[in-house]
Design a protein around this ligand. Structure first.
Ligand code: GRG
Length: 295
């Protein structure tokens, strides 16, 4: 069984080729096409698609065109969320994935529309696979719930509102569960659905994803303090300047690092209760956090 780094190196090229070809084939309006392609094809770790693929790999199932399209839908939603998050009315960022943000290149109006186009295209993709209709409906529902008004959008609202008040640790965790965690959990849940896993396996995977998503956000907050814009491909030290609620802000840097370690252990424990699947690959996804520590 391969590890996270090797798996990513193996899967990213064919996934990106799929994205590139699907967007080139389907999109028509030239300005919108350019703006949508600009953000989707700007690199990125492709973490959510890789998580979905890893669930299939753990069940010894092939990563076929259906899986590619479903994972593509996740990446489209993720890319939309980053475009909108970077807008002046939201986080107001100039740099993303090492390049000028979408609105810096195409203007605010086109960036909003590129995000709208990506969000809706994701659901088009979920309903144009060769999967049975009932699975397509379930996939639509999982993604809509994770990305929508009780998921990522609600998290973004809480994030904006939270800027003017001091949050407690539980509130901060809930905010990030909604803003970042829900989509990570959806990736795993969609993989479990494609793999026809049983409810016990699915529950263990969702618990893993819950802690993985939280660890991901704690790490992001830590890197905002410890890393550089050159390494991260986006602005850093913004959280302190904007007096945002963060894990290092609430717990101190060492406290946030301890919280990260504990959260990774909880993710690992969830995997240990996973019966009938090879846990090695998903377990190795936790090494992402060790790699980031040196950045
Ligand atoms: C606009 C409705 C709406 C929501 C935006 C996800 C999000 C909500 C905002 C992103 C803000 C942010 C930087 C959160 C930190 C964690 C995170 C999601 C980082 C970006 O995801 P990565 O690291 O990005 O997977 P790449 O570039 O690798 O794809």
């Amino acid at each position: 069984m391969t590890d996270f780094t090797t798996f990513g190196q193996q899967q990213r090229p064919q996934f990106e080729a799929y994205l590139e070809q699907a967007l080139a084939y389907q999109l028509e309006e030239p300005t919108l096409k350019k703006a949508m392609q600009y953000s989707v094809m700007a690199g990125g770790k492709r973490l959510r698609p890789l998580l979905l693929f890893a669930v299939l790999e753990s069940a010894k199932l092939p990563i076929d065109l259906n899986a590619m399209r479903v994972a593509g839908a996740l990446e489209l939603v993720h890319s939309y969320s980053l475009i909108h998050d970077d807008l002046p009315a939201m986080d107001n960022d100039d740099l993303r994935r090492g390049r000028p943000t979408n609105h810096k290149v195409f203007g605010e109006a086109q960036a909003i529309l590129a995000g709208d186009g990506l969000l809706t295209l994701a659901f088009d993709w979920l309903t144009t696979t060769n999967l049975p209709a009932d699975k397509q409906v379930q996939l639509v529902r999982i993604l809509a719930q994770a990305a929508g008004a009780n998921g990522m959008v609600a998290g973004q609202v809480e994030d904006i509102e939270g800027q003017t008040k001091q949050l407690r640790l539980a509130q901060l965790k809930q905010l990030h569960h909604l803003k970042t965690g829900c989509l990570i959990e959806a990736a795993v849940e969609m993989g479990a659905l494609l793999a026809d896993l049983n409810p016990i396996q699915k529950a263990a995977l969702l618990t893993f994803a819950k802690y993985y998503g939280l660890a991901f956000q704690i790490q992001d907050d830590i890197l905002d303090v410890t890393s550089t814009a050159a390494v991260m491909g986006k602005a850093v030290h913004k959280d302190a300047i904007e007096q945002k609620n963060t894990f290092p802000g609430l717990l101190g840097l060492a406290g946030a690092q301890a919280e990260l370690e504990q959260t990774c252990q909880q993710a690992q424990q969830a995997l240990q209760s996973l019966i009938g699947l090879d846990q090695t690959l998903l377990n190795s996804f936790l090494s992402y956090f060790d790699e980031q520590e040196n950045k």
